[in-house]
Design a protein around this ligand. Structure first.
Ligand code: PEP
Ligand code: MN
Length: 314
């Protein structure tokens, strides 16, 4: 870490020594070089150091503040093989179990067996339907018994976790909750693999710090998911640079949610094609009868459209 100073570096160095405790301080011409501190925890002291009147700026390496996500290898083979590109497909929300089951059967024929199984939906309006919630878990478990697949489910509330972990293989932290640190800790402590979505306009560092919460609190299997910069009625967007940047430096799988980023069917296909090239996989909303989807109706694609797309994803 480099602490650039205006003047009085010795004074700053003494302050840092008292504040941080065990660390090595090396005063250079323009900055103080700080090493030997406890990685991660150093972040705690940055506001105090930054606030000193003779400190100009602080520069750090990402691994100094996000040690686990930067160094550990998060690729894994179970319940999905993240060493290979993969597709997570399924409805925006499970609204009809018969249609859901038919959709899964068709997706499996197309060799897709990682399925979106949303029962809990974060809704902008408190008057909107929020999914079947816990009442849907039994039915979902029955379908899972009949047709084997990997279930991905968003969790909004830690109270639902004990029920959800019986049926979900992978837990999704939705974009709205990327910064819900209490939820991150609870979900991480289940030991389940987690898909962490990027909150609109969040920077890579904040995205990775949220992933670091998951790692620190017990999660060993993390997948990051880019999903664009707007919620329901906003514009289409996907930040492919974020995917490229993360993949260039870190060993953590990154996928693209091409549905919530694209927001309309035509764009979903375009986004899927361009994200497939650079990411570890895609998440896509597909159901047998998209027009009957009570949520995100415009962006959910049909099985037919998915089949056509899949042929192009090689
Ligand atoms: C979802 O994937 O169902 C969802 C609500 O997405 P996001 O959290 O990215 O808005
Ligand atoms: Mn949706």
């Amino acid at each position: 870490m480099k602490i650039y100073f205006k003047k009085n570096p010795n004074e700053i160095a003494l302050y840092i020594k008292n504040l941080v405790g065990k660390c090595n301080i090396n005063i250079k011409e323009k900055f103080i070089e700080l090493t030997g501190f406890k990685r991660g925890y150093i972040y705690n002291y940055i506001p105090n150091i930054k606030a000193l009147k003779n400190v100009k700026k602080i520069e750090f390496e990402t691994y100094e503040i996000i040690p686990m996500v930067c160094h550990e290898k998060f690729y894994f083979r179970k319940p999905i093989n993240t060493y290979e590109k993969f597709i997570i497909a399924g409805p925006c929300v499970i609204s009809d179990f018969n249609e859901f089951e038919k959709t899964v059967i068709e997706l499996k024929k197309l060799k897709v067996s990682i399925i979106r199984t949303p029962l809990f939906k974060p809704r902008t309006s408190p008057y909107s339907w929020e999914g079947f919630g816990k009442r849907g878990i039994k039915k979902l478990a029955e379908i899972k018994k009949r047709i084997k697949f990997v279930s991905v489910m968003e969790v909004l509330d830690p109270y639902d976790l004990p029920a959800v972990i019986n049926v979900a293989d992978i837990i999704q932290i939705g974009a709205r909750n990327m910064r819900n640190y209490a939820l991150l800790k609870h979900v991480a402590s289940t030991g389940k693999p987690i898909i962490l979505k990027r909150h609109p306009f969040s920077k890579i560092i904040d995205f990775l710090l949220s992933a670091e919460y998951l790692a620190k609190y017990g999660c060993k299997k993390i997948i990051l998911c880019e999903r664009g910069d707007s919620f329901s009625d906003g514009k289409s967007s996907i930040n492919l640079n974020i995917i490229k940047e993360i993949k260039k430096i870190y060993k953590i799988p990154v996928i693209a949610d091409v549905s919530h980023s694209a927001k309309e069917r035509k764009k979903v296909i375009e986004y899927a094609l361009k994200s497939w090239e650079i990411s570890d996989g895609i998440m896509i909303e597909v159901t047998e009868n998209p027009n009957s989807s009570p949520t995100d109706t415009k962006q959910v694609i049909s099985l037919e459209e998915f089949k056509n797309l899949k042929e192009k994803l090689k």
